[in-house]
Design a protein around this ligand. Structure first.
Ligand SMILES: [Zn+2]
Length: 144
């Protein structure tokens, strides 16, 4: 079972690079069965009728200062052509993230889609979109 470890929770607000609207960001640890499992970073954008969230998820060994097995996936969650519901699309990971060893290998979209952990990535993304106190209302409280 996935849960958020709120002890890790952080957040900031930035002016969006493209339009200057406020972009709210949040991150925390996701535990699986009460063990540290993955860290996610979400940046929520409000582009008029188009609400987007860019989500990075980092998997690896936690709590030992050892990042050699860390790997980062990225996606955009938001409106997509041909669907009434927002959906996630894989993108190159952590392109705007600081150059921090915690991210480990930042996967491109192509690398992500063929990676053995891609199903785990989508599972974490689903959990964040459904349950995160910032990301969920960003997409689901204002729908028409
Ligand atoms: Zn913008």
């Amino acid at each position: 079972m996935l849960t958020f470890d709120e002890g890790w929770r952080g957040g900031t607000t930035h002016a969006c690079d493209c339009c200057g609207n406020a972009s709210r960001r949040t991150w925390t640890m996701v535990n699986r069965d009460d063990q540290p499992y993955a860290v996610f970073f979400a940046a929520c954008y409000d582009h008029g009728h188009e609400r987007e969230t860019w989500i990075d998820v980092v998997f690896g060994t936690w709590g030992q200062g050892d990042y050699h097995d860390h790997v980062t996936f990225g996606c955009r969650f938001g409106p997509v052509a041909g669907s009434d519901a927002p959906a996630a699309t894989a993108v190159d990971a952590a392109e705007v993230a600081p150059d921090d060893p915690m991210f480990g290998q930042k996967l491109t979209r192509a690398e992500a889609l063929s990676h053995p952990r891609v199903k785990e990535f989508w599972e974490v993304v689903d959990f964040v979109v459904l349950s995160d106190p910032l990301v969920h209302p960003h997409h689901y409280e204002h729908s028409a």
